[in-house]
Design a protein around this ligand. Sequence first.
Ligand code: FAD
Length: 297
Amino acid sequence: MSEQQEFRLSFEFFPPKTDVGREKLITVRKELNDIHPDFFSVTYGAGGSTRDNTKGIVKKMREEGLNVAPHLSFGGDTEQTILPLLQEYKDMGVDRIVALRGDMPSGVGGAQQLVYANELVAFIRKHFDDYFHLEVAAYPEIHPEATSYLDDVRYLKGKFDAGANSAITQYFFNPDAYFYFMDQCQKEGIDQPIYPGIMPILNYRNLARFSDSCGADIPRWMRKRMESFGDNQEALISFGIDWISELCDTLLDAGAPGLHFYTMNQTEPTATIIKNLGLEDAPDAQEHNHEGCGHEH
Ligand code: FAD
């Protein structure tokens, strides 16, 4: 991390599908905003209804004066769909986008369709110049479809070369995976910040299922420990808070430039983890901003 680079904290939401979920998220974002994150982000799913949900939540959050970065994972969307959406975001005062490929329906690709995230980054730069700060996805444990470890790192470099400003990682539970990845990125010439994505633990079965599908490794010791809690949700959450706080501490001590929390639309356990780290007021929380152990970027 360069000396000028400031610690960054961000919180991710997904667009709720129900009125109850939308009501609850109003409270959650108020509570998490008390921690003064640098921004919130809202995920995106390809296909009309989810896309409109994302836009709706982003609009509401902008009206509340919140700093919000919509995810834009184009999937099978065409350039003609993406361009007006970006313009609408710009008109709302959104100045940061998380640019992703998303899941590709089979058979896509063609004159009007983008195929990889670097193409979306280039497309946004072409149409909006440097207006947006562009975040992209990074995978310390490597994207499940990657042809090789180094190919994936090089494709990340391709996203930066196309104009991305910074990256957020898939979540991981092994800090060495992130440190090794950062070293490989540095060797490939990447010097932009790569923020660790942090997944608080809420439900073992869901976490295991999701981790298998997105290629995030749950170490055996963690699986065994979490299995041992059975239906004791309280014990699971308490274990998760302790372990994820420790993981964040290790990352920050080694020079990680900030943290991005996958909040799962819940104030807890994210807020308690932040408290454990002494980061309740992010702009003042510079105590972790000391020189790291060689993993700085
Ligand atoms: P890419 O960078 O395009 O990479 C996809 C695959 O292609 C990789 O295997 C890569 O090695 C390879 N590749 C990349 N570039 C090239 C190239 N030029 N030539 C050949 N091969 C290439 N999904 C959603 O649907 N909605 C979300 O809101 C969302 N948010 C996310 C947020 C974060 C922080 C992360 C880490 C992931 C998120 N995802 C989301 C998941 C993401 O969309 C999937 O992981 C998707 O499969 C890959 O997206 P990407 O942008 O990393 O794709």
